[in-house]
Design a binder for this molecule. Structure first.
Ligand code: ASP
Ligand code: CP
Length: 305
């Protein structure tokens, strides 16, 4: 039976730690892994735009010695003729050993997994989950901070539709000593279903609309884009899109060892002037995304160096 990753909860904390360890070994010894997936094929089925997730999955498979096939928009696949996700996946399983799927509909990768004979990885489903971004975020935090617990994590921006935030909260509340600060406009607060694990495990969290008030307390600041494509009307998006803009002046309020993460793409919520600040981790984060996806592909295909 193929193992699927549709949510971060499909991995135990021990497995996440193993993936992080494996990714670090790949970073240090890339040559050892260059033939690990020889003759294996990854299919990337992307029904929604992507730069990092699709290309890092593809780079990951190529660096493991494997091959990639797939589509980068629904319009160039037979979805445009009305084919269902179930039928598409049944077909792709004839050609590929592992599938990464992004889809605008929440739950589509889960539907795919029910019809797949090869592992299916959720590469982002609507405003729901993005588990491999969370693995990327955890590797980044481990690399930057040397730990995953005992820290204050601020999540800022569109916490309602931001799927990376949902998966990251779910994962990080498993580590001891994590204190969350949820920073968003009233209309873009974290959905209540995402807060269930926080409440169940009595994980401390506060909610605020002010970034500047809480910035001095944070060890991690996870900025997010207001997710224009998830809004029902453009006026609401325009009203909310500039709610938070991180500038060099605001960074003066922050700790000297703050780490600023962002899943990217950035619109204008982080001033480009901050890119030179050593606390800006987001492009290193994009690089770590490739290594953690290499580790995940190895695990799901049950191969090693
Ligand atoms: N790239 C991330 C995602 O696909 C974040 C974003 O698009 O804002 O969820
Ligand atoms: N972080 C992320 O998912 O980026 P893309 O949307 O470019 O894949």
């Amino acid at each position: 039976m193929a193992r699927h990753i549709t949510a971060i909860t499909d991995l135990t904390t021990g497995e996440i730690d193993e993936l992080i360890t494996k990714a670090r070994d790949i970073i240090n010894h890339p040559d050892r892994y260059q033939d690990a997936c020889r003759r294996k094929k990854l299919a990337t089925l992307f029904y929604e735009p992507s730069t990092r997730t699709r290309l890092s999955f593809e780079a990951a498979m190529i660096e493991l010695g494997g091959h990639v096939l797939g589509f980068s928009e629904a319009a160039s696949s037979s979805a445009a003729k009305g084919e269902s996700v179930a039928d598409t996946v049944r077909t792709v399983c004839c050609y590929a050993d592992i599938i990464a799927m992004r889809h605008p509909k929440e739950g589509a990768p889960t539907v795919a997994s029910l019809h797949a004979t090869v592992p299916v990885i959720n590469a982002g489903d609507g405003g729901h989950n993005h588990p491999t971004q969370t693995l990327t975020d955890l590797l980044t935090i481990q690399m930057e901070k040397g730990r995953l617990g005992n820290m204050t994590v601020g999540l800022c921006g569109d916490l309602k539709f931001g799927r990376t935030v949902h998966s990251l909260i779910t994962a990080m509340c498993r580590y001891p000593g994590v204190n969350f600060v949820l920073i968003s406009p009233e209309e873009l607060k974290v959905p209540s279903y995402v807060k269930i694990p926080l409440k169940k495990d009595s994980v401390p969290y506060t909610q605020t609309t002010s970034l500047t008030e809480v910035l001095p307390d944070l060890d991690i600041l996870y900025m997010t884009r207001v997710q224009r494509e998830r809004f029902f009307n453009e006026d609401d998006y325009i009203r909310l899109k500039d709610s938070y803009i991180l500038t060099p002046e605001k960074m003066e309020l922050a700790k000297k060892d703050l780490s600023v993460l962002h899943p990217l793409p950035r619109v204008n919520e982080i001033s480009v002037a901050i890119d030179q600040d050593p606390r800006a981790c987001y492009f290193r984060q994009a690089l770590y995304g490739k290594f953690i996806r290499m580790a995940l592909i190895l695990k799901l295909l049950e191969v090693d160096a």
